[in-house]
Ligand binder design. Structure first.
Ligand SMILES: *Cc1c(COP(=O)(O)O)cnc(C)c1O
Length: 334
């Protein structure tokens, strides 16, 4: 059976490194959206909670329900307001119109658009937003922004930081209650010299991938394994798999392993060389539920570093990990 192994010690190491950087584990918001980037939200959430993380961020209410009870606060990032919001969760406000629809009394964090122009209210809308919040008795708990290019050396990060500082001052003036503020995602945490009094939203870094700075010494949490379904001799001149795109030059012992694009791997079409963790290539086209390679025994590591696959498919490591099907068995190991 194919399987994902998740290293508890690597995960705790990464959270420790991030906590050192931001000053306290209490200020880490663990981003566990999209099944914790394919790792497994409940498995990672339990370790994070045990470690001392109190706040998590997810995409939807469905994801929030999976983690309900584990964390002191669960922030739902991408909710469509409907007037029926749960009192248990905190909802990100991505558009000023949401403030008129969301259920009175609901806990919210205001997203501030500081340059990315994806979500959030403009700094010029803050005054109106606070008026609506007061009129409709919404329970404002915090505000945040998102950097559009914190993984690149450039001025954008500093422009956005300045805009957010201005937003914070305005919000504090207009709304005289205790609030939390957060802006740094993984790459921004890595590049920041100091996050001040803010909380941080740690996504990919907690799983061991660095976008910006290797100095945190992060360790990768996830390893993906496949098991042998069958083996045979592929004789010289014979081809394996759909379309027979790989042909043996000489007799070779090959095996078929139980992972394919139906398990969330991007589909390898048999062109170019895509390598498994031990450096052997996949042979021929990947099937929905399997791929073939040289016979390497009963169990092989497909990858322990998603960067290899991301480079091959000209995408980012997030895209490789997040697609790993929730139906693959997952197990936490030391
Ligand atoms: C996904 C997400 C994050 C986490 O980003 P990483 O690069 O994985 O750290 C932080 N904030 C928001 C709003 C997000 O959507």
């Amino acid at each position: 059976m194919s399987e994902i192994l998740l290293s508890k010690s690597a995960y705790e190491h990464n959270l420790t490194q991030i906590a050192k950087k931001v000053g306290s584990k209490k200020r880490i918001i663990s981003v566990l959206k999209d099944n914790a980037y394919g790792h497994g939200a409940l498995l990672m959430g339990k370790i994070a909670k045990e470690f001392g993380i109190e706040i998590t961020c997810v995409k939807s209410e469905i994801e929030a329900r999976e983690l309900a009870g584990l964390f002191k606060s669960i922030i739902v990032l991408s909710h469509l307001p409907n007037g029926n919001e749960s009192g248990e969760f905190i909802y990100a406000i991505n558009d000023i119109r949401a403030l008129e629809i969301i259920r009175p009394g609901t806990q919210i964090h205001l997203a501030i658009d500081t340059l990315m122009h994806r979500n959030g209210i403009d700094v010029s809308q803050i005054k109106s937003a606070i008026e609506i919040i007061k009129r409709r008795n919404l329970d404002l708990k915090g505000a945040f922004t998102h950097f559009r290019a914190s993984d690149e050396h450039g001025a954008d990060y500093f422009v956005q930081k300045d805009n957010f500082e201005l937003a914070k001052i305005m919000i504090r003036e207009l709304f005289n209650k205790e609030l939390i503020f957060h802006s740094h995602n993984s790459a921004a945490i890595e590049r920041a010299s100091d996050v001040g009094d803010e909380y941080v939203r740690a996504g990919m870094a907690q799983f061991g991938y660095s976008g910006f700075d290797e100095s945190l010494g992060l360790k990768k949490v996830l390893k993906l394994y496949a098991n042998r379904v069958s083996s045979r001799v592929l004789k010289a001149g014979q081809s394996v798999g759909y379309g027979g795109v790989f042909t043996a030059k000489e007799d070779m012992n090959i095996a078929t392993y139980d992972l394919g694009y139906g398990d969330g791997l991007l589909r390898y079409n048999g062109k170019g060389e895509l390598y498994l963790a031990n450096g052997e290539p996949i042979l021929g086209k990947m099937s929905m539920d399997s791929f073939s390679s040289i016979d390497m025994g009963e169990r092989i590591c497909v990858f322990d570093n998603a960067d290899i696959w991301a480079e091959f498919f000209d995408t980012i490591n997030y895209d490789i990990l997040v697609k790993l099907s929730p139906t693959i068995a997952r197990r936490v190991v030391e």
